[in-house]
Ligand binder design. Structure first.
Ligand SMILES: [Zn+2]
Length: 295
């Protein structure tokens, strides 16, 4: 009996020791997926990785799915693709390319649906996978032809207007430049405390985005001089029990140097992973008149 107790207490010490080591690191585990995009992922992934790491809230792996014959830059660090989703709290997609393996897609939407992982969609990631039904539900809306689903805008009173699939134009960016981001829900953890209007650095202002638009919660819009409409600019999607954060901003590294972009990425990623936001807004956050840049 004494031997058994000795063994038992030794086992407890080992277990407690292991638990302590894990509990010491409260950082959320992010995996950025990239490697194919009609945008310069080699330039934008490092900006997002630095932004997430500098917040102190995350560990960040990158999983790069290269085209056959393509190369990552020298010194590029990547875990295998597809990544093991059980190792992460949230995926940040910087990917717009060939289909992912079917088994991985199944695992992804199942894990998201059951809230085992969160998902963040950045800019052209919403151009990807038009034929993947579950993906369209996850992202809410994205860059599609005019038959790729409904379009959602806000009228001048801030009321949602839904334009049916097939009516009007397909997606584009009929305005590029600096633009004002207008917060439409200042109580949400991601946007709480932001100025109700803030100026974003030069970027493509995506318009006419299309999709099933189910369980979409609009956090911000931007008025496009190209479409003369208030276009969706930051939103969340409820997918089963899962949480998706979606920003169509972030065309290039320059647009990502906007402190407003960086703060929304950091807070949106935290919210997608946990449903709450602890990260404060930086003191250098842009306001209605001035952009704010951090490299
Ligand atoms: Zn773009």
């Amino acid at each position: 009996m004494r031997n058994f107790l000795t063994l038992l207490s030794a086992a407890i010490v080992v277990i407690t020791g292991a638990a302590k080591a894990d509990a010491g690191d409260k950082r959320l585990r992010v995996v950025i997926i990239d490697g194919q995009n009609n945008h310069n992922w080699r330039a934008t992934t490092p900006v997002m990785k630095k932004t997430l790491l500098d917040s102190g809230r995350y560990t960040v792996d990158v999983s790069t799915n290269l085209k056959t014959g393509d190369k990552a830059p020298e010194g590029w660090q990547s875990v295998a693709f597809p990544p093991d989703l059980s190792k992460y709290d949230v995926i940040v997609s910087n990917y717009n390319g060939a289909s992912w393996p079917k088994e991985f897609n199944e695992q992804l939407h199942k894990s998201l649906f059951e809230q085992k992982i969160g998902l963040v969609i950045v800019h052209a990631a919403n151009n990807a996978f038009g034929g993947w039904k579950e993906y369209n539900l996850m992202i809410g809306m994205g860059w599609r032809g005019n038959k790729g689903g409904d379009r959602l805008i806000l009228d001048d009173k801030g009321q949602p207007v839904r334009i049916p699939s097939g009516q009007g134009e397909g997606s584009g960016h009929r305005y590029t430049g600096k633009f004002s981001v207008i917060i439409r829900d200042d109580k949400h953890p991601i946007t709480k405390g932001m100025p109700l209007e803030w100026l974003h650095n030069n970027d493509e202002l995506y318009d006419n985005m299309r999709g099933p638009i189910e369980n979409v919660h609009m956090l911000a819009t931007a008025y496009s001089k190209g479409t003369k409409a208030h276009e969706p600019m930051i939103w969340t999607v409820g997918y089963g029990k899962g949480r998706v954060f979606h920003t169509p901003m972030g065309h290039d590294a320059n647009s990502m140097y906007c402190v407003g972009f960086q703060a929304t990425l950091n807070r949106g990623t935290e919210w997608a992973a946990t449903g709450a936001v602890t990260l404060p807004l930086p003191a250098t956050f842009p306001n209605a008149d001035k952009i704010s840049i951090a490299k």
